[in-house]
Design a protein around this ligand. Structure first.
Ligand code: ARG
Length: 469
């Protein structure tokens, strides 16, 4: 028995039921569907379609349903195809007369779009908050010892010594862009589709602007067909997560490398590593590997939705129901990665000695010697060529680079460049990796982080307001 039985002679085939039901995955959206229904009830009162007393009964029944879900005692009815029908069915059971009025001037098409926007709106803020926590952890770990350094790489070949704080903060900057993207997506999606009906609006006198305001949306839709068919906001959320996931995967790969015996720059705490069922000595960085791997799923989920949307005719099509599993899956998994990775970074021990030895590789001083030559008036191309010649000589002869440099009259004065600490100190340009430039970057970082925290704090408030409406 479904809510639309009026028109049909035969019950739905089992196979169709199993194909089309979305309750198994959309019941988690119950809170947002109820927020939408509360606003809808108030809108119906203002439109003169419900009396105050009827609204009281409906709101009371919605509270009961919310509490049943909260306590995990809600029982799905056999005809509850999705969360929307489950809630309406239960409200109607609780208040049969007025329950039958709940769906006035509403379709599941504008209802599901509303529920999804409310859910995504909260979720983006929640994700942004977790991303900020991870970014702050990265910077904090770096700041534990701002003098600490290691080799920096390009092409995964040793390039120049860099500060660990600078290196970890590079990831944090990428995360700030993710946060900004999440908040921008939130801003764009904050338009209410409620009142669009099935696709064309309604002859009943509701005001979408009123319900939009009740739910904390910036405004209501301008076009009812667009309102019920638009899933751009889901695609954007999936993209935001996919790109965030790409950043997390790069961090994961780096932790995998750093914790190998070959690099040996860091170890993860025991609580963040796993053993082997066969090899007793193994300590594996699974947390970093999974952070690396999950990006595949995030990209897949984004791709899957884009393919669903591609070529869909206006307006609502049942295809749109396929937006939920990819989104819920990405959200669930990115939260797992964010939280575990944050713990993993907190647990890291850096092996200073190993990193310093690697950073003391004399070839890493080549650019510093060339820059000293530039300071003494030699054009850079010539300086590059002279130092490159010395590198070649050292490589060919197998003699240590500092020894070769010491024998070249124009270069022998620059032997102090082989002190990685000194070369780091000599890098003063804006945003450079070195203890002289670092405080400026740190200050900028903390200002940006504080600003993001403030923006997130303001949204926190919205969230409470919207869930109480
Ligand atoms: N479960 C559906 C979805 O996720 C709700 C909307 C159903 N609308 C309809 N006309 N069948 O999209």
């Amino acid at each position: 028995m479904t809510l639309w039985d009026g028109r049909f002679d035969a019950a739905m085939a089992d196979s169709l039921w199993r194909l089309s039901e979305s309750y198994p995955f959309d019941h988690v959206l119950y809170h947002y569907d109820i927020v939408g229904s509360r606003a809808h009830v108030r809108g119906l009162v203002m439109a003169g379609l419900l009396s105050d007393a009827e609204a009281e009964q409906l709101l009371g029944a919605l509270d009961v349903v919310a509490s049943e879900f909260d306590r995990g005692v809600f029982i799905r009815g056999s005809g509850d195809e999705d969360i929307h029908m489950a809630i309406e069915r239960r409200v109607t059971e609780l208040t049969p007369e007025v329950g039958a009025k709940l769906h006035t001037a509403r379709s599941r098409n504008d209802q599901v779009a509303t529920t999804m926007r409310l859910y995504v709106r909260d979720t983006l803020v929640d994700l942004a908050r977790r991303v900020l926590a991870l970014a702050e952890t990265l910077v904090e770990v770096g700041e534990q010892d701002p003098e600490r350094y290691l080799p920096g790489y390009t092409h995964l070949q040793r390039a120049q010594p860099v500060l660990l704080a600078h290196h970890l903060t590079a990831h944090a900057w990428a995360l700030t862009r993710d946060i900004d993207r999440l908040l921008e997506s939130r801003r764009r999606l904050n338009v209410s589709p409620l009142g669009a009906g099935a696709l064309a609006g309604t002859s009943l006198g509701i005001d979408p602007g009123t319900t939009a305001a009740l739910m904390g949306f910036d405004r209501a839709f301008a076009n009812s067909m667009d309102a019920v068919s638009d899933r751009d906001f889901v695609a954007e959320a999936l993209f935001d997560i996919a790109l965030l996931g790409v950043h997390l995967s790069r961090m994961g790969e780096e932790l995998v490398l750093w914790t190998t015996a070959e690099f040996g720059f860091a170890s993860l705490g025991d609580a963040f590593t796993t053993g082997s069922s066969m090899l007793p000595q193994k300590k594996n960085s699974d947390v970093a590997e999974l952070a690396r791997a999950k990006a595949g799923r995030f990209i897949g989920n984004l791709t899957s939705l884009l393919v669903v949307l591609k070529g869909l005719p206006l307006s609502y099509n049942r295809d749109l129901q396929e937006d939920k599993e990819p989104l819920l899956d990405s959200v669930r998994n990115v939260v797992l990665v964010l939280d575990a990775l944050r713990g993993a970074y907190r647990s890291v021990t850096f092996h200073d000695r190993v990193a310093r030895i690697a950073a003391a590789d004399p070839y890493l001083a080549a650019i510093d010697i060339a820059e000293r030559l530039v300071e003494s008036g030699v054009p850079f191309r010539r300086a590059h060529d002279m130092v490159g010649g010395a590198v070649g000589e050292s490589v060919r002869s197998g003699r240590p680079f500092p020894e070769v440099i010491a024998e070249i009259p124009e270069l022998c004065a620059f032997g102090d460049a082989f002190d990685a600490g000194a070369t780091l100190r000599s890098r003063r340009s804006r945003g450079a990796s070195g203890p002289v430039a670092w405080p400026t970057q740190a200050e900028t970082w903390h200002r940006v982080a504080a600003d993001l925290r403030r923006r997130l704090g303001e949204l926190d408030h919205d969230r409470l307001a919207s869930s109480e409406s």
